[in-house]
Design a protein. Structure first.
Length: 201
């Protein structure tokens, strides 16, 4: 027996678009004006989805002549569970960004999202893979090389044209700790204090 697909109105696009529990989007029947001034019925149809730069499925929707792009997983979740609370992310439980089935989606905090990625999916949040990272591993290695030669964050920042704040965090040893073993650098409190004083001059 063929499984019945359940459809719900897309939040804020009620009566115009609907989304299914498995992540399909369709436009509903509507009448449009023709050049001759008459009305023409445009039947409902499934919409073609695209993929954004982060690998998530997205769709282009139109409301009152204004076209906007929405990611599918959020549309699915909100249609069946209501508006997403501020600060929560919609997580793909199986790690597959294009599996937008309702039973594969959950609303969690950013911290829970990172924990799920590491502990359940086996992803690493070290280095460039960290959502907080603003530097590449190549840049960090260069910073460590210069610090090992006696340079301080302030001058390294200028030499490499890298924001001082990011450079200082690397030089203080509070980030990119997994690379420390490759360099002979003192990250003790005494050394960090000296680093701070030199950067103020």
């Amino acid at each position: 027996m063929e499984k019945i697909i359940e459809w719900r109105d897309v939040l804020n696009f009620e009566g115009i678009y609907q989304v299914s529990f498995c992540g399909k989007i369709k436009s509903l029947d509507k009448f449009v004006n023709t050049k001759l001034g008459s009305k023409k019925l445009v039947k409902e149809k499934l919409l073609i989805q695209a993929t954004n730069k982060k690998g998530y499925k997205k769709i282009s929707l139109s409301l009152n002549g204004v076209r906007v792009y929405k990611v599918i997983h959020r549309l699915v979740y909100e249609a069946f569970n209501g508006k997403i609370k501020k600060g929560l992310h919609i997580n793909h439980i199986d790690g597959n960004k294009i599996n937008n089935s309702l039973d594969n989606l959950e609303a969690i905090t950013p911290k829970e999202n990172i924990k799920h990625s590491i502990e359940v999916l086996g992803n690493s949040n070290q280095g460039e893979k960290s959502p907080m990272s603003v530097l590449t591993e190549k840049q960090v290695n260069k910073i460590f090389e210069l610090k090992q030669k006696g340079k301080y964050a302030k001058e390294i920042s200028k030499m490499l044209n890298i924001p001082f704040r990011a450079t200082a965090h690397v030089c203080s040893g509070i980030v990119w700790k997994h690379l420390h073993k490759d360099y002979n650098i003192d990250f003790s409190l005494k050394a960090t204090t000296k680093e701070f004083k030199n950067n103020k001059n």
